[in-house]
Write a new protein. Structure first.
Length: 459
């Protein structure tokens, strides 16, 4: 086994292997991937067999099993007709640099160990903070995903509430206010933190507006109000892609002295898109914001930009203390470990940074605008169709529509068929209890013709 390919140990086999792996990586970031789909465990067992053995199966065989059997049993998220959930379409630069960053195996937790990588990550964070209009002191860290980002932000918010109460609230269970349309990870964070959620009503498009937060507040008991520390708004709901009334919600949060968290995991990329930027007015009031580059900023999994208006609060909430850690701390160093619920971390912001550095931010604006344009074209096609009907006009890059006359069973049967045929991946969703279709567009390679292929298959 070659642990470390030194000049001596870098034998023929190892050299061939690294070439093959790199060739595979290059091919994979470049190719137009087939859509592919999952197969059963039994089928994989039959075709791949036992791969972890005492003697090892050898490099060539392991890589062949991966390429020929295992990789095709994973859906290609970057396929232009992958429309389910929130897809992802990393740039070649981002995908390849992820390989490079992995090879360097940098510890991205402390400045002492990862200064160069952290500098680069912070440049990328700064770009997002500037798009949101956050002050120059704002900063944060890349975490694994929106779920981790939301949790860490809410923990910081609670820390501040307790700190401001001079510990009077230290034993008190907190409350957050969130919209019914908030992402499931908010519920999950509340469970992990053991806090209560007061659900504010969303409007007929699923938006949270300032008045609804006010109404929720008025309906709360005095005890609940005292325990409330945060209001969560969404910058692009996952299900239908609408942006909450960030100005109104942010204002109420300020009036009530509550932390204002903006979950823009999916929609935050649209901060770079002039055609929809106005929808986000008020985001500059956020105490914390998350944006997932692995969703609509063309970076590979896994990456969530978590940014705080005042990072000192996050640092106070999240810094881990231990003898062996404190010895390493230099007080004014920027240590990403201190800004979220984690310690060891890969510098997972590097692929986004590299791609931004290579292409420039204008290319990001163009790519996001392209998705928005194709979404609007798709909406136009649905409007003029006789058998399809928009559930609502798209705000960002999510199309929600119905196939007239179809039952829930028909939607699901169609979804299965188009996936097995390799045509498209579209899972139905529901809107106000009705099963409908949802297409989420974050891949710049997706065209109006791709949408038309889907629409035609619904005839
Ligand atoms: C996707 C999403 C999340 C969760 O992000 P993960 O990266 O999947 O953990 C949270 N909030 C919103 C609005 C999302 O769209």
């Amino acid at each position: 086994m070659t642990y470390r390919p030194s000049m001596h140990a870098f034998d023929r086999e190892a050299k061939k292997l690294s070439k093959r792996i790199l060739r595979y990586a290059l091919k994979r970031v470049r190719m137009d991937p087939p859509l592919d789909h999952a197969v059963s465990e039994a089928e994989l067992r039959r075709r791949a067999g036992r791969t972890v053995t005492r003697e090892g199966i050898g490099a060539q065989r392991a890589l062949s099993v991966w390429e020929d059997v295992l990789a095709p049993a994973c859906i290609s998220i970057d396929h232009p007709r992958y429309f389910s959930y929130v897809p992802a379409a990393p740039t070649e630069a981002a995908g390849l640099f992820d390989v490079a960053a992995s090879a360097a195996n940098i510890f991205g937790g402390s400045w002492q160990e990862g200064a160069g990588a952290i500098y680069a990550e912070n440049e990328a964070l700064r770009w997002i903070a500037d798009l949101a209009g956050l002050p120059s002191e704002a900063g944060g860290v890349f975490v694994s995903g929106g779920t981790a980002g939301n949790l860490s932000a809410l923990v910081a918010a609670r820390w501040k509430w307790r700190h401001d109460s001079a510990s009077a609230m230290d034993m008190t269970r907190g409350v957050i206010i969130a919209s019914r349309s908030a992402h499931s990870s908010i519920t999950q964070a509340a469970q992990v933190m053991d806090v209560d959620v007061v659900w504010a009503a969303d409007d007929d498009r699923g938006r949270l507006v300032g008045e609804a937060v006010h109404a929720a507040w008025m309906s709360m008991t005095q005890d609940q109000r005292v325990r409330t520390f945060c209001v969560v708004a969404t910058g692009g709901t996952t299900n239908v892609g609408v942006v909450d009334d960030l100005a109104g919600v942010g204002q109420i949060a300020a009036d009530l002295g509550l932390w204002f968290h903006v979950d823009a995991a999916y929609g935050g990329a649209a901060l770079a898109a002039p055609s929809v930027r106005a929808l986000f007015d008020g985001v500059e009031r956020a105490d914390s914001i998350i944006v997932d580059p692995h969703k609509w900023l063309f970076a590979p999994f896994d990456s969530c930009a978590l940014i705080y208006r005042d990072p000192r609060i996050a640092r106070a909430a999240h810094t881990q203390h231990a003898e062996y850690l404190d010895a390493l701390r230099h007080d004014d160093d920027w240590n990403p470990s201190d800004y979220a619920h984690h310690l060891t971390r890969r510098a997972r912001g590097l692929p986004l940074w590299f791609s931004l550095a290579v292409h420039g931010t204008d290319a990001y604006t163009d790519a996001v605008e392209r998705n928005l344009t194709v979404t609007r074209e798709g909406a136009e096609d649905i409007r003029t169709s006789l058998y399809l009907e928009l559930v609502m006009d798209p705000e960002l890059s999510v199309l929600v529509f119905r196939r007239r006359g179809w039952t829930t069973e028909q939607y699901y049967a169609w979804s299965d068929t188009v996936l097995t045929d390799g045509l498209a991946f579209v899972v139905p969703t529901s809107w106000r209890g009705e099963t409908v279709l949802r297409l989420c567009l974050v891949n710049p390679a997706t065209t109006r013709d791709d949408l038309r292929l889907v629409f035609n298959s619904l005839k």
